[in-house]
Ligand binder design. Structure first.
Ligand code: VAH
Length: 306
């Protein structure tokens, strides 16, 4: 059985990806690393993904054959330190791409995001190929990263696969620094019987996905035959789309006491620059993608679990 390394394993996606990969492939074949490992189960190691030598040494020592690179500074945090976001998001990507270029690992998963789209992008059913003018440091790094992934595939045969995640909704970990994280915070407010104050306007429609769908998509694209992966920048990926108002109404139907109000802040401009819905036809055609969680099932799950 191949050994996989998950860098950024303690994050929102990493936590659930590690768990599901270990169930599928055996605990000892999935190595989890992050800056802090107090919430990780073994086999796990403390690793700063910015330390290229330490990463290389671990790959060689553990006999790693594929890497899931989940390290990134997201949209909101990235706007507070744009150069740091660029450095972290890009340097760590090149470290992993170069390991594959040198033949030390066989395969890479690297997440992109709807943040690669911008104000000139068609908003409804955003196509796989279209105008892309990201307005955040995070989005710029993800767009550049997509082009480098495609470059390393075309010029060095690096088998790197990528998905443009929409906003991801999960209950197992607290979110970290994303514009779409209002869609998680709202459930925690509802659970605490506190009024939720949305930092986005009521009609801000955004593409979203339940975490189980996102983790399954990640595993499915990595297990697909290489020649089925015809897009080596990053695939559009879709499930649902909704507005803060629609989400509040759906929660109130389950929790009648729930109240929310609106106080848009700087995150509104970020959200406004992103699509309202995504066309993921290419992912469906190339490697059989299909989402399983619809809007109401996500709301029911999140209100049950939190
Ligand atoms: C963010 N959750 O809000 C991330 C995501 C779709 C955006 O990449 O920054």
């Amino acid at each position: 059985m191949e050994k996989s390394l998950i860098i950024g394993a303690a994050g929102q996606i990493g936590t659930e990806l590690v768990s599901q990969l270990r169930s599928r492939r055996g605990k000892n074949n999935i190595i989890a690393v992050d800056l802090r490992i107090d919430n990780l189960s073994s086999p796990c190691f403390e690793l700063d993904a910015m330390n290229e030598t330490a990463l290389r040494d671990l790959v060689l020592k553990e006999g790693i054959s594929e890497i899931y690179h989940l390290v990134a500074m997201l949209s909101v945090t990235g706007e507070k330190a744009p150069q740091k976001a660029w450095d972290l998001n890009m340097k760590t990507l090149f470290s992993v791409l170069d390991l594959a270029k040198e033949g030390l690992i066989k395969r890479i998963f690297w997440p992109s995001s709807i943040a690669v789209f911008g104000p000139s992008t068609p908003k409804i059913q955003t196509p796989q190929y279209c105008s892309m003018d990201p307005t955040t440091a995070y989005g710029i790094s993800k767009l550049a990263g997509e082009l480098w992934c495609q470059y390393y595939f075309k010029n060095y045969g690096v088998d790197v696969r990528s998905l443009r995640y929409p906003g991801l909704i999960s209950w197992k970990t607290m979110p970290g620094g994303g514009t779409t994280d209002y869609a998680i915070d709202i459930f925690h407010s509802a659970s605490r019987r506190e009024e939720f104050i949305s930092f986005l306007e009521p009609d801000t429609r955004l593409p979203m996905m339940y975490m189980d769908d996102a983790v399954r998509a990640t595993i499915e694209i990595m297990e697909a035959e290489s020649d089925a992966i015809r897009i080596r920048s990053s695939y559009n990926l879709a499930a649902v789309d909704f507005t803060p108002s629609e989400l509040g109404i759906a929660i109130k139907k389950i929790k009648p006491e729930f109240e929310m109000s609106y106080s848009p802040d700087s995150r509104q401009a970020i959200a406004k620059s992103w699509p309202s819905s995504i066309d993921d036809t290419q992912a469906k055609l190339d490697w059989g993608w299909k989402s399983r969680y619809n809007f109401l099932s996500i709301v029911k799950l999140m209100t049950d679990k939190i």
